[in-house]
Design a binder for this molecule. Sequence first.
Ligand SMILES: [Zn+2]
Length: 167
Amino acid sequence: MQHAKQCGEDETSEHIFFNCKAHIKNTQEIFNYTLIKCGHTTHTWNVKILNHLQIALIANLIAIIFEKIWHKRNKLIHDEIEIVIHRQQVIRELIKTQRAPWDRTQAVINKTLRIKSKQRPEEQNKLDSLISLKLLKFSRQWNSPLHAIALPKHLKKYNNSLSTLHK
Ligand SMILES: [Zn+2]
């Protein structure tokens, strides 16, 4: 077993990511601060957070923090440079992860709108429901008060219960 350079403890993966005193206080602070900004309840940073991966935004927050911890550890071992994990950097990266799923959601909706224009009214109603559902799904997985997507004008009428999609 290798001993961690930053603390002298046995370097299990659980130790590196969840217990190491080199970052745990900072990590806990960043995690809770961001969860609150996202409108979620706070959690203790330990292995149990892996039970909170159902919401894409939270799963991505955890993945970004993991990556930062690993990078910090490697910088110290290989370059002997001590890095501080910055809250604003984590939040910036988290906001960036929203972009691709939102682009995909818009692409699907725009395709549905093109199909819709060629259908009879009854079929059009079904496609309207589908568009509303797509928006709802995106909102649940990705939207939060941290960074709410501004809904384009032509989609506003499909936004039945998605107040969080508006800025
Ligand atoms: Zn340690």
